[in-house]
Design a protein around this ligand. Structure first.
Ligand code: AMP
Length: 189
């Protein structure tokens, strides 16, 4: 599964609940990068400034990290919920190749839809280290430019379902479960 949505849409929180409910592994590329920054690895050193500016880490780096992670046994066994990847057309193509090489395929892509004004308010109030007002604006701009066009890619592959992300955590989770249950049982339409 893939979950898409603007930063601040509640993707991270809902992803944890979905992974728990469906027994799949939650892979957040943002969490992986933040861990690399905290550990001071080579990847972390490369990614830190890019993340602080709200820019995107290069496709080459991201595709490599994800290919490596998806090949691990836990994912091959339990399936995966990808959160924060793909974010560009190049990453979507890479994901298709990675999954094909592993003999796997996508089941569903959920777009958690929350309007720009609401996510902006939420992000300003959560105050993560990389959440400066400039970085927030930059990330939302990049989402419209690079990630929103991916919705069309998923739609054309018959994978896309849009879920209204405005409401309480429980309400949104109930909506997500409903579409995931349908998507998993008979393919998505
Ligand atoms: P997130 O937690 O998904 O909001 O990601 C935090 C930051 O990590 C983003 O603003 C990007 O700088 C970087 N990042 C995470 N995932 C990706 C990705 N798939 N492609 C490029 N950069 C990413």
């Amino acid at each position: 599964m893939v979950i898409l949505g603007r930063q601040g849409s509640g993707k991270g929180t809902q992803s944890l609940r979905i992974a728990e409910a469906y027994g799949c592994v939650h892979v957040s590329t943002g969490d992986m990068l933040r861990a690399a920054v905290a550990e001071g690895t080579e990847l972390g050193r490369k990614a830190q400034a890019v993340m602080e500016a709200g820019d995107l880490v290069s496709d080459d780096i991201m595709n490599g990290i994800v290919a490596e992670r998806l090949a691990k046994d836990d994912i091959v066994a339990g399936g995966v919920l990808l959160d924060g990847f793909p974010r560009t057309a190049d990453q979507a193509d890479a994901l298709e190749r990675i999954l094909t090489d592993l003999g796997q395929s996508l089941t569903i892509a959920v777009d958690l839809d929350v309007p720009v004004e609401i996510v902006t308010e939420r992000m300003l109030s959560r105050r993560r280290d990389d959440d400066t007002p400039e970085a927030i604006t930059r990330r939302l701009d990049l989402y419209e430019e690079q990630t929103a066009p991916l919705l069309e890619w998923f739609r054309s592959h018959d994978l896309l379902v849009t879920v209204d992300g405005v409401g309480s955590e429980d309400e949104v989770f109930a909506r997500l479960r409903a579409v995931i249950d349908v998507g998993r049982s008979d393919g998505v339409g």
